[in-house]
Ligand binder design. Structure first.
Ligand SMILES: [Zn+2]
Length: 332
């Protein structure tokens, strides 16, 4: 075959696999990468498609409606710019064009706007449940050992990274294990009746279908922001149960295996960066790398190239829970 003309290859990929690029418009790379992830989250697409939108059909500023339309338009090869109305809609919801965004903040902001603006509150709740990691924070007073349990939840799991080498499973274990809170973050102890040095641990109560992980690469020290280029290795599949080192993990944790299907990649610095995405197509069993309008077929080895150290680094990971387990459990 020899070398093929790049644009021809891109066109073929779009036609054959339905994975398509999105033009960069007003620094939209972050939104583009998120749209690729939303599009690959078929559970989300199905929920949005179930929504009867007669009441909102003409509303250009309704975020869930314009997201639904953008995700449908992305499947239509004749649509030149399937995401323009969505970008416009976000701009009117204070997520401005010509601005650099943080992918995790934007992800949470869009989920929040869906909750606020979707007329069908049951479907909105189902969308939230898709990502919702329910936890219990165990807060312990280090002075008198008094313990309080506070229910809490995350839509993306914020993982602290250390300089040097990190493993995803270790970062999750560290997140769940007991940590002493920093000065200024201490809790009020009801027994001591004053603010005391506090330790906090998280316990998983329920795990979602879609596990969104946020690798906290941006750190703020005394007003200066910097990006951690440290290495974070992550597996294609893993079992969350193995990360919870507690003696009595919840029943929920016995079977909790997840498979990676999307990675949001950040390159550059805090001040000037670019977002791209790796998406795994279930139908094709193949990875694609999407850099705005360009789509390339990729290998797992290339995805692993975003572990870190330099250049393009993984910033958000999207894992899908293995559904065959639940089938096995209910039938057995
Ligand atoms: Zn106390």
């Amino acid at each position: 075959m020899g070398m093929s003309w790049p644009s021809r290859t891109l066109w073929d990929v779009r036609r054959m696999y339905g994975v398509r690029g999105l033009m960069n418009s007003g620094l939209s790379c972050c939104i583009n990468a998120l749209l690729q992830c939303f599009s690959a989250t078929t559970e989300l697409v199905d929920l949005l498609n179930r929504w009867q939108t007669q009441d909102e059909s003409g509303d250009p500023y309704n975020v869930p409606l314009q997201l639904k339309k953008a995700l449908q338009a992305m499947k239509d090869q004749h649509q030149h710019a399937p995401h323009y109305d969505f970008l416009n809609c976000l701009h009117h919801n204070y997520i401005y064009r010509q601005c650099q965004h943080d992918a995790d903040e934007l992800f949470l902001a869009i989920l929040n706007l869906i909750q606020q603006q979707m007329s069908d509150s049951n479907l909105a709740a189902e969308i939230k449940r898709l990502y919702r990691i329910e936890m219990e924070a165990e807060i312990r007073c280090l002075e008198c050992t008094y313990k309080q349990c506070v229910p809490t939840f995350f839509l993306s799991l914020p993982l602290h990274l250390r300089e040097g080498k990190n493993k995803l499973e270790e970062c999750i274990s560290l997140f769940l294990s007991e940590q002493q809170l920093e000065i200024g973050e201490e809790f009020w102890c009801d027994r001591c009746d004053e603010k005391q040095p506090t330790a906090q641990a998280f316990k998983i109560v329920t795990l979602p279908s879609i596990l969104c992980i946020h690798l906290k690469r941006f750190r703020s020290d005394r007003g200066f922001s910097r990006k951690l280029e440290c290495e974070v290795s992550f597996p294609m599949s893993f079992n969350m149960a193995e990360n919870d080192k507690k003696e009595n993990p919840a029943a929920e944790m016995r079977e909790a295996s997840y498979k990676l299907y999307a990675v949001i990649v950040h390159s550059g610095s805090c001040a000037f960066g670019h977002y791209t995405a790796y998406i795994h197509s279930v139908q094709e069993g193949a990875w694609y790398y999407i850099d705005d309008s360009s789509v390339y077929k990729a290998s797992w080895k290339e995805v692993q190239g975003t572990y870190g150290g330099f250049g393009r680094t993984a910033y958000m990971l999207l894992y899908r829970r293995n559904s065959s387990e639940t089938v096995q459990e209910s039938s057995g």
